[in-house]
Ligand binder design. Structure first.
Ligand code: T1G
Length: 688
């Protein structure tokens, strides 16, 4: 049963019951339409509609978007609710999102619990509200507010919803409050459709359009929502719904909507593989070794998940630094209103920093986030093995180093797993769970349990240099440096990738993280580098010149007065000089040629990663690239994007590039096979 009805005297209670989130699927739409007819046949005085399980409704069932729409269509159901002789009142708890919010708008009145949220996240799925939201919302809250709500996709708190006029009242017993509304009051409320449409203010439209172009570059849905709102408000209500529906139907099957749905459901499918039915250790008390940037970020993520945290350092200065780092993150969260003072105090009470390893004698998980040196990590693991209980799981946050070598100092290496966080560790959602040669199912399952508690998205990766994300990043940067050497400037390359949809290009990004990290990795790889592989020395020259990035005041760009980045002619000259020394005749790459080389380099490397089993599925690579490395979410991730290009086209371009450099552009056999068989990469590697 997806919608239940019952009456008490002259009041009808309609409850949406479609766990886990009351998605408004075909059965719910049918149930709501039946409820309208039922209420009228029973000659009820009012209907109160709510959601079971503490959630009103999460919106349309996005899984239905791949198929043909099935009647009754939601706009028709909502028109029936709004036009019924029996007025409906929405009693909202939990969330009312998308179609769920549109159900509420079709009701005569809306009452929200104080902790509930209401919003229109459709643009995050590449579509627009398709059941009257673009036309009813502006009539309730005005043009500017409606544009903000719909183009941002961000939900409103109950208090904000009340302030904007979206709801009539906030009450923690919304169903009871709905029952107490006086009939004469309810009878006087005008249906939203009959409210006057707000005046179309072109200046407002232009401002919002410009803001959307800046905040969501490349995305179609937010701009289309503005068009539909503007067009519809100039039409009669019933005609405006036709315009809205047509736009929704077009967007629903668009590449961007498919890509965003792919990421949405893949994120939620990132759970412990069913093949690993294993117990875990308790996570009550976690030890973090190292209170630097990563260690303190990890510590705060653990504090946010209500865990007890002990940060271990090797001296008093380290302890002081750890305390300051965690305190500054707490202060920043307070300043941003993410937590209040009692919550901050409660976090502080669960945190200590110390050099005394005896303080973690009862910890069951350790996360090592010490200096990125194998010797240092091996020493730390030896100390952890002595200090923690023998069943404790020992993990390393290492970004590049060989987990098996770290584990080799521990008597029982099955306890060792990699937990690779991404800076800032308390914000970034991706968690690479590195499965070492001996990592046990219990250690792996504990990693997934931790990810769930930290509300992060876990991806299991195998041991190789850089695991999945950093290995793809290294190939991306190598391709960029090659283009830099052979003809472009850092800013041309960055602009090309920003046009593709990255928030920033590889050079601006490296200026943020620091050029010294990649330099340390290049030196570590000197002994094993393929001598036949072309080596680009420009980045080494940058280090010699002390250009480490923002932290040294200059890197690939200059930052006059610590401000915004400015192109640096010295860097451009450096590339010219190195090209001259190498006898290279530089070419003037177009933005398309730059994007093609950098993207194909990553795609090819990713298919080697799949072939080697370092990643278990193409969708895992999509999660890593979108959640950890800024790949545009509305392109679905690196492998989803590759499938839009098609393996035959990709292989054809790689063959052309391989003539130029057969080593760097060696084509992965997986790609060759997909090109020959016409199968998609995602399908070839779908297993989870
Ligand atoms: N459709 C289908 N399944 C959904 C879903 C949806 N809209 N929302 C969630 N699920 C599934 C999800 O895949 C997971 O499944 C389970 O529910 C729990 O989700 C007509 C066109 C509601 C805030 O964009 O934001 O309405 O993994 O892990 O953390 O104009 O889910 O268990 O099998 O996220 O408690 C607009 C999307 C749709 C809201 C709950 N609505 N959902 O968060 O649980 S378009 C949205 C969310 C639309 C109308 C338009 C969150 C949540 P499984 P979860 P959560």
């Amino acid at each position: 049963m997806s919608v239940t009805t019952r009456r008490e005297e002259n009041t009808g209670y309609v409850e949406i019951d479609n766990p886990p989130v009351n998605a408004v699927d075909t059965s719910v739409r049918r149930g709501l339409l039946d409820a309208v007819r039922w209420a009228e046949a029973e000659r009820l005085e009012r209907v109160i509609v709510s959601g079971k399980g503490g959630m009103f409704a999460a919106g349309a069932d996005a899984r239905e978007f791949d198929g043909e729409p099935i009647e009754p269509h939601l706009p028709d159901v909502l028109n029936a609710i709004e036009n019924s002789i029996v007025p409906w009142v929405a009693a909202i708890q939990g969330v009312a999102l998308g179609g769920g919010a549109e159900i509420a708008l079709a009701c005569r009145m809306r009452i929200m619990a104080s902790s509930a949220r209401i919003g229109f996240p459709e643009v995050t799925l590449g579509v627009i509200p398709g059941a009257g939201g673009t036309q009813r919302l502006p009539r309730l809250v005005g043009l500017a507010t409606a544009l903000d709500i719909i183009t941002s996709g961000k939900p409103l708190s109950a208090s904000t919803a009340l302030d904007t006029g979206l709801v009539h009242a906030v009450d923690d017993e919304p169903t009871d409050a709905a029952f107490m509304i006086k009939s004469e009051e309810l009878g006087c409320v005008v249906p939203v459709r009959d409210l006057p449409a707000p005046v179309i203010d072109q200046a407002t439209i232009a401002t919002v359009r410009e803001r959307v172009r800046t905040k969501s570059p490349g995305q179609v849905a937010p701009l289309r929502a503005i068009d539909v709102i503007e067009t519809g408000l100039n039409l009669a209500f019933i005609e405006s719904l036709v315009v809205e529906r047509q736009a929704f139907m077009e967007l629903r099957t668009s590449d961007q909507a498919k890509a965003l749905r792919h990421v949405f459901f893949t994120e939620r499918g990132a759970k412990l593989p069913v093949s690993i039915a294993s117990d875990t250790v308790s996570l009550a008390h976690v030890a973090v070794v190292g209170g630097g940037t990563m260690g303190s970020g990890i510590a705060y993520a653990l504090l946010n998940a209500s865990l007890q945290v002990t940060v271990l350092e090797h001296d008093a200065a380290g302890v002081e630094r750890a305390r300051k780092n965690v305190a500054s993150i707490i202060a920043a969260s307070l300043a941003r209103g993410l937590i209040d003072e009692p919550a901050a105090a409660e976090r502080r009470a669960r945190f200590i920093a110390t050099t005394d390893y005896s303080r973690v004698a009862d910890a069951t998980l350790a996360i090592e986030a010490a200096f990125e040196s194998l010797a240092v990590k091996r020493d730390v693991f030896a100390e952890l093995e002595n200090a923690l209980p023998k069943e404790a799981i020992l993990s390393s946050n290492t970004s590049y180093l060989d987990l098996n070598e770290i584990a080799s100092v521990v008597a029982d290496p099955s306890r060792v797993v990699g937990l690779h966080f991404f800076a800032p560790a308390h914000i970034m959602k991706l968690l690479e769970i590195v499965r070492g040669e001996h990592t046990s199912d219990t250690a792996l399952a504990t990693g997934f349990l931790l990810a769930k508690q930290l509300r992060k998205v876990p991806v299991v990766v195998g041991v190789c240099d850089g695991f999945v994300g950093n290995r793809i990043l290294a190939r991306y940067r190598e391709a960029a440096d090659t283009v830099l050497m052979d003809g472009s400037t850092p800013w041309e390359i960055d602009e090309a990738m920003v046009e593709f949809g990255y928030a920033m290009g590889p050079y601006a990004a490296q200026d943020l993280s620091g050029l010294d990290i990649a330099h340390a990795n290049r030196r570590r790889q000197d002994a094993t580098r393929d001598p036949k592989r072309r080596y680009i020395p420009i980045a080494d020259r940058m280090i010699e010149l002390g250009k480490l990035g923002r932290k040294s005041g200059a890197g690939w760009y200059r930052y006059p007065g610590g401000g915004g980045r400015v192109d640096d002619p010295i860097v451009a000259d450096l590339a010219l000089e190195e090209a001259h020394f190498a006898g290279i005749e530089r070419v003037d790459y177009t933005a398309d040629e730059i994007r093609e080389r950098l993207l194909l380099a990553m795609i090819n490397e990713a298919t080697f990663i799949l072939q080697e089993g370092v990643a278990k599925s193409a969708s895992d690579i999509d999660l890593v690239t979108v959640l950890g490395y800024g790949f545009p979410r509305w392109r679905g991730g690196l492998m989803h994007y590759a499938d839009t290009l098609g393996a035959p086209w990709i292989v054809k371009q790689l063959e052309r590039l391989a003539v130029e450099d057969p080593v760097a552009w060696t084509i992965s056999p997986l790609l060759q096979r997909c090109a020959e068989t016409g199968s998609s990469i995602t399908e070839s590697f779908a297993q989870r």
